[in-house]
Design a protein around this ligand. Structure first.
Ligand code: ADP
Ligand code: MG
Length: 619
């Protein structure tokens, strides 16, 4: 038989390698920024068009390349940074594989202009899909400019696989943040579609953080400094009261390189134990310096994971230094007598109640029972009642049920009309009504129904109730807002402002009133009636992260997104104990919904178990 093995041509090998190095535009940004830093630049400009899909350009004032090096730089395994495998253990550059430029040139249109300081003229090289189109001498400033156009032009499948511009831009900004945070002494600027997104002067670390994340960040930073034989830590953690719903402000750098480490993240979380609200994450910006010999950064092609020789020791040191800093800066709860209780229990039902008008609530309404349930005061507001549901359900869009799921509609669930054997525990029997709901582990609500029992997930059920209520306000634009006593000022970074601006009109339809908008702050004078003031920043943060991370371009409905995001922020959480009235009200409100069986994100809200099912279990 004939031999069948052959060597892959270079351009094919490069394309394959590119699959590892370049997953998306942000990967190119990372590689190029790192190259500029390795080249000793102290000023780096990033220009991006359409979230990097059409253009990514980096201009630096680094040492540039000779004409020969310029040509060689696009060869695979061409690097000026290591010469032998030993060099890997004393690495002080970001790159070392010599793969980035070869990979990028295999899957894009690349133009390189580079000049070394001492030279009169520079070099221009144009490459398309690994093929050199031209190389000539040009007039160009010292340093390097590299443009990458039409990424994945020759791999349509990869191109189609890219996410929406919002998502891809978010990834680019993340990479930009990481590199800019690791190098406060370097000037960085970023432009997207012709407008300036960041302009970061040379500064110290604290200023760099503030310049990236906005003015309000300054007051929340608590310094962390520690030096031991094996590890030096410097940087900041955020005060617990400023913790975020998202993990966007969590940064570890090891020897100036951004890394991800679930293990070290755990160390920080454990230092914050007892100080954080449920579901929120601490901010941290921490630089760890260790002996390069004790780490291995070679384990992952994109180099964000790293192996430490002695993880346990690092964990312990990190945890105790963060704890120490938090304690020193008086942030332990014991010392904080005038802490706002609202901040500790943001989901406190009863405090919500005080802000809630009761006009729209028909407390006695129960679609399944003729007789009235006890009309005690308390409980939350369902923003509508069943009678009106029929009228407005046709008003909103995008809610069509997806069809295939076998749904259980509330008409199939028959409630037990008259619970019988109340005499067994007659002392505990309440005056107005007999108990038909029970709360299990502050998570599920169990309700008796004619055929057996129904178990509701309290968080998902409430999300559904709120979601349909918000959709109603958003589509009929009749929201009521409550005036705030004092205007609320919130600051955001310019990237965070973008989604808020995008959704401003919709936010107004839910009842938000904005008195001013700058490019980094908003002033709010009114909020929707059922939204406590203490929740406002949480809602907006949640919204920003939802817009940035979860929304595909196609069938993007701002209204729907906003309703989902707000219901997620405001719904009763797991762990919340509910009074009987609240339990019943939640059950009733859920079944007054158009689509009670699923949460806004399409997850099951309740299940039923029939007496038959039980009988089988007891056989
Ligand atoms: P690596 O960074 O792993 O060495 P790259 O493919 O990213 O591999 O780059 C190849 C080589 O091209 C680098 O080693 C460096 O010598 C040169 N180079 C790349 N970008 C620049 C730049 N902006 N300025 C100067 N030299 C550069
Ligand atoms: Mg490189």
């Amino acid at each position: 038989m004939a031999d069948i093995i052959q060597l892959l041509p270079d351009h094919v090998a490069n394309q394959i390698a590119a699959g590892e190095v370049v997953q998306r535009p942000a990967s190119v940004v990372k590689e190029l920024l790192e190259n500029s830093i390795d080249a000793g630049a102290n000023s780096i400009k990033l220009i991006v068009k359409e979230a990097g899909k059409t253009l990514i350009q980096i201009i630096d004032n680094g040492k540039g390349m000779t004409p020969t090096d310029a040509r060689l730089s696009f060869e695979r395994h061409a690097t000026s940074k290591i010469r032998s495998a030993e060099d890997l253990f004393s690495l002080n550059t970001k790159g070392f594989r010599g793969e980035a430029l070869a990979s990028i040139a295999a899957i894009a249109h690349v133009e390189l202009k580079t000049k070394q300081d001492q030279d009169e003229l520079g070099t221009l090289i144009e490459i398309e899909g690994s093929t050199i189109r031209s190389q000539e001498m040009v007039v160009t400033p010292s340093g390097t400019s590299l443009s990458v156009k039409n990424l994945f032009f020759n791999i349509p499948a990869r191109r189609n696989f890219l996410k929406s511009n919002n998502v891809e831009l978010r990834h680019i900004v993340d990479e930009f943040h990481r590199v800019a945070l690791a190098h406060p002494d370097i000037i960085f600027a970023m432009y997207h579609n012709g407008s300036e997104s960041f302009n970061l002067p040379e500064s110290n670390y604290r200023q760099r953080i503030v310049n990236i994340f906005g003015g309000k960040t300054n007051e929340k930073l608590v310094p962390v400094e520690e030096e031991t034989e094996v590890l030096k830590i410097s940087g900041f953690v955020g005060k617990p009261e400023f913790s975020k719903r998202t993990k966007t402000e969590q940064f570890f750098f090891v020897n100036n390189r951004f890394i991800k480490s679930a293990y070290l993240n755990h160390a920080i979380n454990s230092a914050f134990e007892g100080l954080l609200k449920e579901g929120s994450h601490p901010s941290y910006f921490l630089n760890l310096t260790v002996d390069p010999k004790t780490i291995d950064i070679n384990i992952h092609p994109t180099k964000t994971e790293i192996k430490f020789d002695d993880e346990h020791t690092l964990y312990a040191i990190l945890r105790s230094s963060v704890k120490h800093s938090l304690g020193q800066f008086n942030i332990s709860p014991v010392l904080d007598f005038d802490r706002d209780n609202n901040l500790d229990t943001p989901y406190d039902y009863k405090s919500k109640n005080s802000l809630t008008p009761t006009v729209e609530v028909d407390r006695s309404f129960n679609p399944f029972q003729e007789e009235k349930i006890g009309a005690k005061s308390g409980g939350f507001s369902a923003p509508y009642k069943k009678e009106s549901a029929n009228q407005w359900e046709s008003l909103y869009v995008g809610l069509e049920s997806k069809g295939t799921r076998t749904e259980q509609t509330f008409s199939e669930v028959e409630f037990e009309s008259e619970p019988k054997n109340a005499s067994l525990f007659s002392e505990e029997k309440e005056i107005e009504t007999t108990q038909t709901t029970y709360q299990l582990h502050n998570k599920y609500i169990i309700s008796t129904i004619k055929s057996g029992m129904m178990i509701l997930d309290q968080n998902r059920a409430h999300q559904r109730v709120l979601y349909e209520g918000f959709l109603k306000h958003l589509t009929v634009k009749e929201a009521v807002s409550q005036q705030l006593l004092f205007p609320l000022n919130l600051e955001f970074s310019s990237t965070e402002m973008e989604p808020i601006l995008q959704l401003k009109v919709d936010l107004e339809h839910t009842g938000f009133v904005f008195s001013s908008f700058t490019d980094s702050s908003i002033e709010i004078t009114g909020v929707p009636v059922n939204v406590p003031e203490s929740e406002v920043s949480i809602i907006l943060e949640q919204l920003i992260s939802d817009v940035e991370q979860e929304v595909p371009d196609s069938n993007f409905s701002a209204t729907d997104l906003l309703a989902k995001s707000m219901s997620k922020s405001l719904a009763i959480k797991t762990g919340q104990s509910l009074t009987r009235f609240e339990q019943e009200h939640l059950v009733n409100s859920l079944f007054a919904c158009k689509e009670p069986s699923v949460s806004p994100t399409n997850r099951v809200t309740f299940i039923t178990m029939s007496v038959d099912d039980f009988d089988k279990k007891f056989m």
